[in-house]
Design a binder for this molecule. Structure first.
Ligand code: SAM
Ligand code: SF4
Length: 329
């Protein structure tokens, strides 16, 4: 098991397959992009597959989410998904993506056994998309979502980050769009994880504000299973249900006490928290002939030292040097 000293057990592995991306969302990356990892520093498909196998068969990992950067840019993605779903016990598998190219790849991903996708969509307006993501790709994202639904990667979940005076007024329209298409929308509070360090507590759009905006257009009732458990989204029935909308208040309503996640970066570092300031390298032991048990032991130690919370609300909080795109959200 991957247990920490506060009694939490990590069963949900987030695997970043690349730090590269074809968008430049302003809450994540600067317009010019970042210095990408050299190819030889990125784990190979075989290395990723071995670590996932160790996680699932030796360390109690039950769910794997592939992310990035943009995971659809990873050439070996389908093979990695297939290797994961062939493991026993079979882990649940999911993909977090910006949706570009998903319309084309969704059938192969479904064939490889992928269970679900989360697609990030922050606006329905092409001009706002271009301002926010600095690329003209909104139609590709919408096609990707539709393609995922057609391929059976359901329920399609949609992640939205609201930015003040950019897309915050669109919250009700985004919910209408998702309800009309059968997608499950979750709003995520913006976190201090952008490479440019542009996040500001006094301008971030809070969970309370998101609920106020939605509440002006819909009746929201806390869903029966309101206890969040380890799921960070607080769910609300929309206009009496059964459809729901989620709000993930990572900053103002933290859920660190129930966190069951651990992250593997594209170059093989284990991060026990999005906001961790320390990491544990598994690539060096992988490449120097370590046994599965030696790697598992290093991984256990990395999780054991997990801190009780992210500390964003402490005066001494320091943003991690790694931005979201290089961690794996
Ligand atoms: N490129 C893929 C995508 O956008 O879905 C996967 C990686 S992205 C880092 C994963 C998720 O993190 C996305 O839903 C994105 O909106 C979210 N994200 C990125 N930066 C964030 C930030 N500063 N605060 C909150 N969420 C953020
Ligand atoms: Fe790329 Fe995802 Fe970051 Fe947007 S949020 S820049 S799509 S990694």
């Amino acid at each position: 098991m991957l247990a920490d000293s506060y009694g939490r057990v990590a069963t949900d592995l987030r695997v970043s397959l690349t730090d590269r991306c074809n968008l430049r969302c302003s809450y994540c990356m600067p317009p010019e992009g970042l210095e990408w990892l050299p190819k030889d520093e990125v784990l190979t498909d075989d290395e990723v597959n071995r670590l996932i196998r160790i996680g699932v068969t030796m360390l109690g990992i039950e769910e794997i989410r592939f992310t990035g950067g943009e995971p659809l840019l990873r050439r070996g993605l389908t093979g990695i998904v297939a290797a994961s779903t062939a493991l026993r016990p079979r882990p649940q598998t999911a993909l977090t993506t910006n949706g570009i190219g998903l319309a084309r790849t969704a059938p192969a991903l479904a064939e490889a056994g992928l269970d679900r996708v989360n697609v990030s969509l922050d606006t329905l307006r092409p001009d706002v998309f271009e301002r926010l993501a600095r690329r003209r790709r909104l139609p590709d994202v919408l096609e990707g979502m539709a393609g995922a639904a057609t391929a059976g990667l359901t329920p399609v979940k949609v992640n939205t980050v609201l930015m003040r005076d950019v897309n915050d007024a669109e919250a009700p329209d985004l919910l209408r769009y998702c309800l009309d298409h059968g997608y499950q929308l979750r709003f995520i509070e913006q976190m201090p994880l952008d490479a440019q360090h542009g996040w500001r507590r006094d301008t971030m759009v809070t969970a309370d504000e998101i609920l106020d905006r939605l509440g002006a257009a819909y009746r929201l009732d806390p869903a029966d299973d309101h206890t969040r458990g380890s799921a960070p989204a607080e769910l609300f029935y929309v206009d009496g249900g059964p459809e729901t909308v989620g709000v993930i208040g990572s900053v103002t309503r933290p859920f660190c006490g129930a966190c069951d996640r651990v992250r593997l970066t594209a170059e093989g570092e284990i991060r026990n928290c999005l906001f961790a300031r320390e990491e544990s390298d598994l690539r060096a032991p992988l490449r120097s002939g370590a046994t599965d048990e030696e790697i598992a032991e290093r991984w256990r130690a990395a999780v054991a030292s997990k801190l009780p919370g992210h500390g964003i609300n402490d005066p001494s909080f320091l943003q991690p040097s790694r931005p979201m795109s290089a961690i794996g959200g």
